[in-house]
Design a protein around this ligand. Structure first.
Ligand code: HMH
Length: 221
């Protein structure tokens, strides 16, 4: 691949499914201000469960970086992500109170369980750092791309949803995703073909799980 690295090539190649993950009807209705607030609440309670499962996944990526990366700055980027998840869990609790959502009474729906099981499979020591960091980048990038759409000029995002959109749609979260993308690209550049194949497969699995995750907000499970 040229200039933009492997990830740019994959984003072009898999443009259709990437758009389905980043321009889902839930996000488009948030941006247009027509979102059903019960959908938002369903998303909120399910994402809280997801983020709690995401913590050990990110910790596993940190461990792989420590073992496999020669570049010490990788670990700092991943650590900053792990640290912000601490703040994120507090934010979910605060946001749930605001919406009258009872987090302790929530159980994960099937799409959430499937996604969490996929994360768990990536935590295995048999999964290489290159594959894990690619999946990690993709997970964060889908939210960044999605929620930043709700902050764009001309969007009609309801005021009470702006904090959510800013959490993942902000420029600072965008910078962080860009750092993850550069790390992933650097690893992919040096990876043998069979690892490239596995990383591309993991990227596509993330997109499929993200689409199913957004679908849950419809309440059609
Ligand atoms: C489902 N994907 C899902 N939830 C999140 N919080 C993120 C990605 C971003 O961290």
């Amino acid at each position: 691949a040229s200039g933009g690295g492997m990830i740019m090539a994959w984003l072009n190649k898999h443009h259709t499914i990437y758009s389905r993950a980043t321009r889902h009807p839930f996000i488009l209705s948030t941006r247009d201000g027509t979102v059903d607030l019960s959908s938002f609440k369903r998303w909120l309670e399910q994402d809280y469960i997801f983020v709690r499962e995401f913590v050990p996944f990110v910790a596993s990526v940190l461990l792989k970086a420590w073992r496999e990366s020669e570049d010490g700055s990788d670990m700092e980027v991943i650590l900053s992500g792990l640290a912000s998840l601490n703040d994120e869990i507090s934010w979910f609790k605060k946001e749930a109170l605001k919406w009258g959502v009872l987090l302790s009474g929530t159980s994960p729906q099937k799409a959430n369980q499937d996604y969490c099981r996929f994360l768990e499979s990536l935590m295995s020591s048999e999964i290489s750092y290159t594959v894990a960091i690619t999946a990690f980048w993709a997970i964060e990038a889908v939210y960044q791309e999605s929620f930043s759409l709700c902050l764009k000029h001309g969007s009609r995002t309801p005021a009470e949803l702006m904090e959510t959109c800013q959490r993942w749609g902000s420029d600072s979260f965008g910078q962080y995703c860009h750092s993850l993308q550069m790390i992933a690209n650097k690893r992919l550049e040096k990876a043998p073909d069979y690892i490239l194949g596995k990383a591309e497969e993991a990227f596509l699995s993330v997109l499929e799980h993200e689409i199913e995750f957004w679908n849950m907000s419809n309440g059609e499970w």
